[in-house]
Design a protein around this ligand. Structure first.
Ligand SMILES: Nc1nc2c(c(=O)[nH]1)N[C@H]1C(S)=C(S)[C@@H](COP(=O)(O)OP(=O)(O)OC[C@H]3O[C@@H](n4cnc5c(=O)[nH]c(N)nc54)[C@H](O)[C@@H]3O)O[C@H]1N2
Ligand SMILES: Nc1nc2c(c(=O)[nH]1)N[C@H]1C(S)=C(S)[C@@H](COP(=O)(O)OP(=O)(O)OC[C@H]3O[C@@H](n4cnc5c(=O)[nH]c(N)nc54)[C@H](O)[C@@H]3O)O[C@H]1N2
Ligand code: SF4
Ligand SMILES: [Mo]
Length: 753
């Protein structure tokens, strides 16, 4: 029963958000009968990977369809929305009035495909006086954000698509993607004799297979490898002298340190042939352009923040910035990285552990310590939206204990998650194919793309989209009322020009109303938007900010109009652009205008990291007799997608998520593919199926991410595979950013049976 229509939307399983088209069918006409890449999408241009074709398993997994309230005995009862909103507002207010709004903590705000809800949450948090939050970025990217902030005063990306030399550090884009049309680009680089790929990874990953140089480090030792690469540049006179002197500060101090590093000794520590490291450094130095991309292999690992700095020194010292194929600073519609975090000023800190708050985010790893204490400033209540901290953050047993001890836990999700099970209230949202959605993962250059997606299917009764939930909460909290909104509604009825004037006037004279801006826009402008696109109201403000803040780039993308008309034109294009819209077109010179340091130069010295580098050589070995293996807890594979799809049946291969182990270790332990072992760490143990994997080095084992979910079936709850964070330790974390060391968990393997 197909209506024959191809509905344009996007894949929600990784940050690429490839444009796709879905044809509905099946008995009910609601199954995702066929899915294809959308050729009209300006970013992905028809590309998808195999995962997008299985999105029906997301749409049709066990759903929440009514607000739930937990009873004393731990079971849940269905309640109506009015009761839920009123009780939740009252209970949050009780916490605020007793302990202050800062004791109400927020986690999440969006996964790989949905950021609009998080955009509205700001109003709810301001209504509550809440100040602290975290999301997945503060367990992976905040170290890199901090380094970028210190060195460049803003976010940086590498133009992998056009680079002569692409360098991947702890990143396996064949599986994880992370830039548009990743596999196509990787094959293009591999097939072009004039280009080269350098991969730093302990495993011979699918990406490493395509590389010209694979620096197969021992797990957790990247700092030695990266420091040696930088040292070769300095010691062999490969630094791009004139450029570095003109565009950076601190070069002499940095070069002095690297001049003394013993490249052979460092190569020995990371287990890589020193000549291979020298060859890689020389290839980087001789290239016309180099793009470097780092990811979890170093970001969730020892010295993650130090590694981010070393990685950046590689391309800064060789002048690979603001030219095609090198590093750039992207435009944005709504920035996920908060300016200021990591700048010259001291970072704000969390209330109990005093951990650095980077880009506005408390490190995920300290959340339990910020709750499980009698410190007067501890977090007492939490709102979780589109995130699953009980499963996805370090040390799940301790996280469960922390969540269970809260005075109030409210979860907004589509499914009954491990976190929702611990909540006092669970609020059900439509899936991302049943509402207007978008992400702020917009990092492309020179053409940056934003994609507002319209619903493919109607939402079932009983669920409410996140913007509506936040609006109702703000109203129940008494933070927005009809009286203030009435004049804005009247203005919106007249047209957008009248609305703009009224909105800017009202929010300027009444800052309290301005603090509620997302919900104010949703309730006033929202209802006037076509096809029920009220959730897009927030983007109206973003379009105007974009038109004012990066006007030349918006104009180059083809938008015209004077004054507010330019922002209106951009907003209209976003509303009507069902296949995605190019919202800015940059020139490479624009990049220098985005450098946020005081003098416009790249700052090379980060004193904290110079200190950390100085102690590197004294570092003890990672493994011990008790824990002789290094476990990589959570890698990306063909059919993993964080915890977005709960039904294990979506995986065509590797349904259980095997532990990968080298042939040598497997032989020594007497296991083969399909056999089972017990993985034991300092925090837990789990039984798993094994896959003997050629590309693993001895002493290194890996488990996939996102498995071991509680799946709701008619006959009860089932769990397939190992939940990696039953094995991880929240205390194993970076000293600066607090990011976890999931990629190097000391472990041992025991026979089962
Ligand atoms: N299929 C799939 N794709 C995804 C996701 C998904 O769940 N599934 N999730 C998305 C998300 S949220 C993210 S953040 C990205 C993450 O994307 P990636 O970071 O690319 O993914 P991972 O496989 O976790 O880790 C990358 C590599 O790090 C290597 N590694 C392990 N230990 C070390 C080490 O000590 N040093 C070095 N240099 N490398 C090491 C692993 O062998 C692996 O090949 O993927 C995104 N894409
Ligand atoms: N050990 C280990 N742990 C890891 C990792 C690892 O490599 N190793 N990787 C980490 C990384 S990089 C990341 S990004 C995190 C991700 O971890 P989380 O931030 O927890 O995100 P997801 O697993 O993507 O969970 C998204 C949630 O959103 C829900 N959801 C889906 N659609 C909607 C919607 O439209 N509305 C609402 N309200 N909810 C929706 C899903 O049901 C799910 O519960 O996991 C991390 N955890
Ligand atoms: S999972 Fe695959 S199809 Fe989906 S957005 Fe990522 S790369 Fe594109
Ligand atoms: Mo992530």
């Amino acid at each position: 029963m197909s209506d024959g229509t191809w509905h344009p939307t996007a894949c929600i399983l990784c940050e690429c958000n490839c444009g796709i088209e879905i044809r509905l069918g099946g008995d009910t006409g609601t199954r995702f009968e066929r899915i294809r890449g959308d050729k009209a999408h300006p970013g992905s241009q028809g590309y998808t990977c195999e995962k997008a074709l299985r999105l029906d398993h997301y749409q049709h997994q066990a759903r929440l369809t009514s607000p739930l309230r937990r009873r004393e005995d731990g079971t849940f009862e269905e309640i109506d929305w009015d009761t839920a909103i009123r009780e939740i507002a009252d209970r949050f207010l009780a916490v605020r009035d007793t302990h202050g709004g800062e004791s109400i903590f927020y986690y999440g705000g969006g996964g790989q495909g949905n950021h609009l809800g998080g955009g509205y949450s700001g109003a709810t948090l301001r209504a509550l006086g809440s100040r602290f939050k975290a999301n997945a970025l503060s367990q992976e990217k905040t170290g890199e954000f901090w380094v970028n902030g210190k060195m460049l005063g803003g976010a940086v990306r590498g133009d992998v698509t056009h680079a002569e030399v692409a360098v991947f550090v702890g990143k396996n884009p064949w599986q994880s993607h992370g830039f548009p049309r990743a596999r196509t680009t990787l094959k293009e680089i591999a097939n072009d004799p004039a280009r080269a790929m350098i991969v730093i990874d302990p495993k011979r990953s699918e990406t490493a297979e395509l590389a010209d140089v694979h620096l197969q480090v021992r797990p957790g030792t990247d700092a030695f490898c990266l420091a040696a690469l930088v040292a070769v540049l300095v010691q062999e006179g490969l630094v791009k002298r004139g450029w570095v002197d003109e565009h950076t500060t601190g070069a002499a101090d940095v070069e002095r340190v690297f001049a003394t590093i013993d490249v052979d000794a460092y190569a020995g520590r990371c287990g890589v042939d020193a000549e291979l490291i020298r060859a890689a450094a020389r290839r980087i130095a001789s290239a016309s352009s180099v793009a470097v991309a780092e990811d979890l292999g170093i970001q969730m690992n020892r010295h993650s923040t130090l590694n981010s700095w070393l990685e950046k020194l590689l391309w800064v010292l060789t002048g690979n910035f603001a030219v095609p194929g090198a590093q750039y600073m992207p435009s944005s519609l709504v920035s996920l990285v908060r300016k200021g975090g990591g700048g010259a000023k001291a970072d704000p800190v969390s209330p109990v552990t005093g951990s650095k708050i980077i880009s506005g985010l408390v490190p995920c790893n300290v959340i339990p310590e910020e709750i499980l204490t009698d410190h007067p400033k501890r977090f007492r209540a939490m709102l979780v939206e589109s995130g699953n901290p009980a499963h996805s953050l370090a040390d799940s047993p301790r996280m469960r204990e922390a969540l269970a001890s809260l005075e109030l836990l409210v979860v907004i999700d589509v499914a009954m998650t491990e976190t929702a099970r611990l909540a006092h209230y669970v609020l059900p949202a439509p899936t991302q194919y049943e509402k207007w959605e978008a992400t702020f993962f917009n990092f492309e250059f020179p053409h940056n793309v934003f994609h507002l997606r319209r619903p493919v299917l109607p939402a079932p009764d009983g669920v409410l989209p996140e913007p509506e939930i936040h609006a109702r909460l703000c109203e129940a909290l008494g933070a927005v009322g009809d009286e203030a909104l009435a004049p804005l509604r009247a203005a919106a009825a007249e047209g957008r020009e009248a609305f703009a004037a009224a909105f800017f006037a009202a929010t300027t004279t009444d800052p309290a109303l301005g603090a509620m801006a997302p919900v104010v826009l949703y309730r006033t402008l929202g209802p006037t938007l076509p096809d029920g696109a009220a959730a897009a109201a927030l983007l109206w403000g973003a379009a105007h900010r974009s038109a004012m803040g990066q006007e030349a780039s918006v104009r180059r993308a083809g938008f015209t109009g004077e004054g507010l008309a330019l922002g209106e034109a951009l907003f209209d294009a976003i509303l009507q652009g069902h296949h995605g819209v190019v919202f800015t077109e940059d020139e490479w010179e624009t990049v220098w205008t985005r450098v946020g340091t005081d003098d416009g130069r790249i700052r090379l010295v980060i004193p904290e990291l110079m200190d950390e580098l100085a102690t590197l050589a004294d570092e003890p070995e990672l493994t011990t007799d008790e824990y002789p293996f290094v476990l990589s807890a959570g890698e990306r594979r063909s059919f993993t997608a964080n915890t977005i799809i709960r039904d294990a049946g979506w995986r065509k291969r590797d349904a259980e998520g095997a532990l990968r182990i080298s042939p040598a270790d497997a032989a020594r332990l007497g296991v083969d593919t399909g056999g089972r072992v017990r993985v034991v760490t300092t925090r837990g143990a789990a039984e798993t199926v094994v896959e003997v994997y050629e590309g693993m080095q001895p002493g290194h084992v890996s488990l996939p991410n996102g498995l071991g979910l509680d799946e709701q079936h008619v006959d009860g709850v089932r769990r397939v595979g190992v939940a990696p964070n039953e094995l991880t330790d929240a205390l194993l974390r970076d000293p600066i950013a607090g990011t976890p060391w999931h990629k190097s968990v000391p472990a041992r393997l025991e026979p089962v049976g």
